[in-house]
Write a new protein. Sequence first.
Lengths: 187, 192
Amino acid sequence: MIRWLLLLLGGVLLGGIVHIATVIILPRTATQDAYSRLSAIAPVNKVTPLPEPAPGTALMPLMDPAMAVAVCRYDLSQGALKLSVPVSPAYTSVSFYTRTDVAYYAINDRAAGRRVIELDLMTQAQHEQIPEEENVTAADRLIVESPTATGLIAIRALAPEPGLMPKAAAAVGAATCTPAQQASADR
Amino acid sequence: MRLLLGTLFTLFVAAAVGLGATYFALTRGAAFGALRIGAWTAWPKTGTLDADPYARAAIARNGTLPVALGDGVSFSAATDDAGRLLDGRCDVEVEGITPAARFWTLTLYSAGGELVANSVHRHGFTSEEIVRRSDGSFAVTVGPRAASGNWLPTGGIERYQLALRFYDTAVGVSTKAGREVPMPSVITRSCP
């Protein structure tokens, strides 16, 4: 009897380890997380407007139907990224997510304080490579550091009433995310 | 033989306990740092890099993009103030005022997080379109039959959840439940 109780206790303790291990490993093995769902429709380093959520056809659960959303699935391994988002009349926000869909930064139109939200997204290593004086001259340049080389940018604009949805969708659709080298070559 | 049996038993218990605990933790929302006000619960930390392993696992499993803390905060309610599960066949009243925010939206989802089909194509309200009383408070009737004022149709489904999202707000990680965050009450009025 005692033998089985000890075995049971051992099983429960081992179960605790299994529990912790599965919780930690799950984000790395998930195949239905937001990033994977968006990979199917969103090309890399390009802004893709998402279809409006509707009953039965939402891309992700718990999407806010009052928000027009566009995503930029980014890959910084080839260099930094420039993001430009025109502000919609009501409310515009830009949220940054790591590869495992954890939000690490967000800014809204009021915090940005201008008609167009402009950001440079780079990894920490790329940020360190920028010459110091360039950092100073570009003081009004907003630099965001990504903890991972890949991830997601979600651009959201609120439609305060359904009739304003086209305007909000147009605002997020006009956003661009382009590799920094390409952007300077275009000039 | 006894050793083999014992080992198998232990491993079986370990798998059952471990996987069972993980399943329950992820389906019941076991992340730390919950902010509970009445029927409403938010996890402001889930929208930051400080998200704990449970929050990260839940995000990966559900496939959602959480509202980032610099963007806003999202509250959800699956029960009324009395702790009774929200039933789409009943009339539920969401009434009161909200904490300060530039905009907020109230949305109805199925238990699985999908929008619910209904005849008037209404899935929620924003702070701009809601009809308020003269003192600034509002009341939304959530129910299967059309109601006067702000009516949020349930489509008659059995279980649903409400999400109340605040955009550009001071409500966040350091917020304590109390007078500074007045959340609307959720009360079941009548059930057939």
